[in-house]
Write a protein that binds this ligand. Structure first.
Ligand code: GDP
Ligand code: MG
Length: 747
């Protein structure tokens, strides 16, 4: 199997093409089986899903027919060629060969046979441009099962282009499709019968005529073939796409002005050119469908309809959704626990074994604490990430995720988020890194960026060990209303993160990322038994993303951090303790006292850490974090947390000299924290300080990997800087309020 080549979402440069190869573009509505067909034809392995909007990258693969090899392009799905953003432009740019895309020699338009009318809308648009095209009438199995009979011959005659019935998922009709593709490409140049299939109203025709000069003078031969119909199609595209607030790229200023002028004129005359074109096209399509489509009398409601009566019901559907989320999170924490423990034990044992074989010293410390410790802190996330993405994969493939997005759209829309932002936000509970990459299923730049800005506020799994430590050591064990305080606090922290993320979206969406709302155009696909291979593929993809994107950054940061907290080794404070250790009787002497030696050893690591660069940095930031109720030791922990949040726990462990292996010593760390007092005798850690710290961790952007991925996805430093800035300000401000108000109230 050959790996398909990809180029990134939104990019104008297509992937590497074979030299001199002709190009076949596979296009069509979302979720019609384009990628399945693409994989069948090219032997590639691109991701298939039962969730509209999976293919957002242009994927290229080879197809050999006879002696000639072609390049096949999997164009992202679209319902229409009309576009409002650079992302939506990709479909039309790929078909017309604009903006650096090569122009395809043949378009294979994939149709969902169970939804002929809506799918024909795009066929009509491609025909208007006069592009060479054949149709793959896919999902024939589903159409048969639904009692739909399509007269393929009549359809071919009326459209004037070849139509091949296929069932891509079962590889039916592929030979006929290959033959048809080869024939179409031999018939050089194949073009559909010229002429539009519908006649615009005189007023619309006048709009188009007014735009044609701008197309011909400013983009000679660029939009479509230099024939009147194609130019007219380009004019219609411009009329329906350009708007006062579109985000299109590469539109000549003259054309834009002319369109806005015509739109203004139409509004004044009480017309809407958009509606005129859409209804004229559909009138033609409706007549055609009436002619070629015959359906059996309905045998009763389908499974999908019956399930949907409950699952997208405003009340029952929501209740089911909440119950499902509860089960998912329950499983996420309960099931991952043994694996997490096992991984920690494995890395602990590996470190110990390695230390046993090495002479004590810097090399051993680096390998065990820096390297193995760093790798371990990456791997330990995998159980929760795997589980969460397994659930997401199953939900997506079964068709439920589209329902969840549909249900959540109402909530999401209130705060200005797109319905599809739901999946990235859910992923954020495992890790923000794959979650930010999951925003790619949203077409609009604004929707994607807004989601990225708030995903880091969802409670990722790295916050969990920190919450556990703080709650366990600083809050009294006990019950409120018969429920354990620790559990309630944990749930409260999850809710806090979620609500803040939604509020932040509402604010950012109305200020920094203002934009018009777009309705969620989401198809509800039929329910299907999940295809385990495609779920596994999603899972592997996300795990790989996590390891390569977040893992490398976490590892690098852990190593840098290890260095910061390790050097310099010598200090007057450490020298005193070293002298006391040296004065102890040797370890195998009869009067040796192992307890004293262990205590002094721990004190020595504490002294070294305090005097290390990181320790000094902690002291340096103390004045800034003091108003939040934190001391310099927490400052060192926060410096450490920047590599990865959970590092906070182990750093504090070292600060308090309880040894490196925090898990075994967790109880000790808790005791040490409770025993810690300010100079005036007040305890450093009170429940109030704990609350302030919890709030800080919930809101601060303490994650290098997240910032690095946002930089990569937005291709700018602006957005990661913005996330870092607003989250840090939010964290500081909120902790400040908690601590100061709490103190004023006498806590
Ligand atoms: P794309 O969005 O157009 O690329 O569609 P995909 O190739 O990702 O397929 C969407 C869903 O339809 C997947 O669950 C496929 O397994 C399924 N599918 C693809 N072709 C067929 C078909 O011919 N019949 C049926 N019943 N399902 C299909
Ligand atoms: Mg696809």
């Amino acid at each position: 199997m050959s790996e398909p080549r990809r180029d990134c979402h939104g990019s104008a440069t297509p992937g590497p093409r074979g030299p001199g190869r002709r190009l076949i573009a596979i296009a069509g509505n979302p979720n019609t089986g384009k990628t399945t067909l693409f994989n069948r034809l090219t032997g590639a392995n691109a991701r298939v899903g039962n969730y509209p909007g999976i293919t957002v990258e242009r994927t290229l693969g080879p197809l050999t027919l006879g002696v000639e090899t072609f390049d096949v392009l999997d164009v992202p799905g679209a319902y229409s060629l009309v576009s409002r953003s650079p992302e939506e432009q990709i479909a039309i740019d790929s078909l017309l060969g604009r903006h650096g895309h090569a122009r395809p020699d043949l378009v294979v338009l994939v149709l969902d046979a169970t939804n002929l009318g809506r799918n024909l809308y795009m066929v009509l648009q491609v025909l208007e441009f006069g592009l060479p095209m054949i149709l793959a009438l896919n999902m024939m199995d589903a159409a048969d099962a639904a009692g739909l009979h399509i007269d393929v011959g009549a359809l071919e005659r009326r459209l004037g282009i070849p139509v091949v019935p296929t069932t891509a998922s079962k590889a039916h009709g592929l030979d006929a499709l290959r033959t048809q593709i080869a024939d179409a490409l031999d018939d050089d140049p194949l073009s559909p019968p010229p002429g539009w299939r519908w006649t615009p109203t005189p007023a619309l025709e006048a709009d188009l005529a007014a735009l044609v000069p701008h197309l011909e003078t400013e983009r000679p031969g660029d939009l479509g073939a230099p024939m009147p119909d194609a130019t007219r199609a380009a004019a219609l595209w411009a009329l329906m796409s350009i708007d006062a607030d579109d985000e299109l790229e590469g539109i000549p200023a003259g054309l834009r002005l002319a369109v806005l002028d015509r739109l203004k004129g139409a509004r004044e005359a009480g017309r809407d050119p958009d509606t005129e074109a859409v209804s004229a096209r559909y009138a033609w399509i409706d007549r055609l469908v009436a002619e070629v489509l015959h359906r059996d009398p309905p045998p009763g409601r389908s499974w999908t309809e019956r399930l949907d009566a409950v699952l997208i019901h405003p009340v029952a559907g929501f209740a089911f959704f909440l119950a499902l989320m509860f089960v998912v999170f329950q499983a996420l924490f309960a099931w991952s626990d043994p694996a997490i423990t096992a991984i920690e034990a494995l890395f602990g044992a590996t470190g110990d074994a390695l230390r046993g074989t090495l002479a004590p010293g810097m090399t051993a410390d680096f390998l065990v604490d820096g390297l193995i410790g760093g790798v371990g802190s990456v791997i330990v996330f995998l159980p929760q990430i795997v589980l969460l993405f397994l659930f997401i994969g199953l939900l997506e493939d079964s068709g439920y995720m589209a329902r969840a997005a549909f249900l959540m759209d109402r909530v999401m829309n209130k705060v200005g988020l797109h319905g599809r932002a739901f999946v990235p936000l859910l992923s954020g509970f495992a890790c923000a890194v794959p979650a930010i990459m999951a925003t790619r299923t949203m077409e609009r730049r604004r929707d994607r960026f807004l989601t990225m800005m708030v995903v880091p506020l969802t409670t990722c799994s790295a916050r969990l060990p920190v919450y556990t430590l703080i709650i366990g050591s600083l809050f009294p064990a006990g019950d409120v209303f018969g429920l354990p305080i620790a559990g309630l606090l944990m749930i409260a922290m999850y809710l806090f993160g979620t609500v803040t993320a939604l509020l932040a979206a509402a604010v950012i969406g109305r200020t920094v990322l203002k934009g018009p709302r777009v309705p969620l155009l989401l198809e509800l696909p039929p329910y299907r038994a999940p295809d385990l291979r495609s779920v596994a593929r999603l899972l592997l993809g996300r795990v790989k993303t996590f390891l390569t994107e977040a893992g490398t950054v976490i590892l690098a940061c852990s190593i840098v951090l290890w260095g910061l907290l390790y050097f310099p080794r010598a200090s007057p404070e450490a020298a005193v303790i070293e002298a006391r250790i040296a004065a102890l009787p040797s370890e195998d002497a009869p009067d040796a006292d192992p307890d004293t030696r262990a205590a002094l050893d721990a004190e020595l690591s504490g002294a070294r850490l305090r005097n290390s660069l990181g320790g000094r940095l902690g002291r340096l930031v103390e004045p800034v974090i003091e108003p939040l109720g934190f001391d310099w030791k927490i400052g060192v922990g926060l410096v450490g947390a920047f590599a990865a949040r959970e590092v906070f726990v182990s750093t504090l462990g070292v600060v308090y000299g309880v040894g490196g292996d925090v898990d075994e010593e967790n109880a000790t760390l808790r005791e040490r924290m409770r025993a810690e007092h300010h100079a005036d005798g007040r305890p450093v850690y009170s429940p109030l300080a704990g609350l302030s710290l919890l709030v800080f961790f919930a809101l601060a952007a303490q994650c290098m990997s997240t910032l690095a991925v946002i930089k990569r996805e937005t291709r700018s430093w602006r957005w990661p800087s913005f996330v870092f800035g607003y989250m840090t300000a939010l964290a500081w401000g909120a902790s400040f309020l908690v601590w100061q108000i709490g103190r004023a109230l006498g806590f």
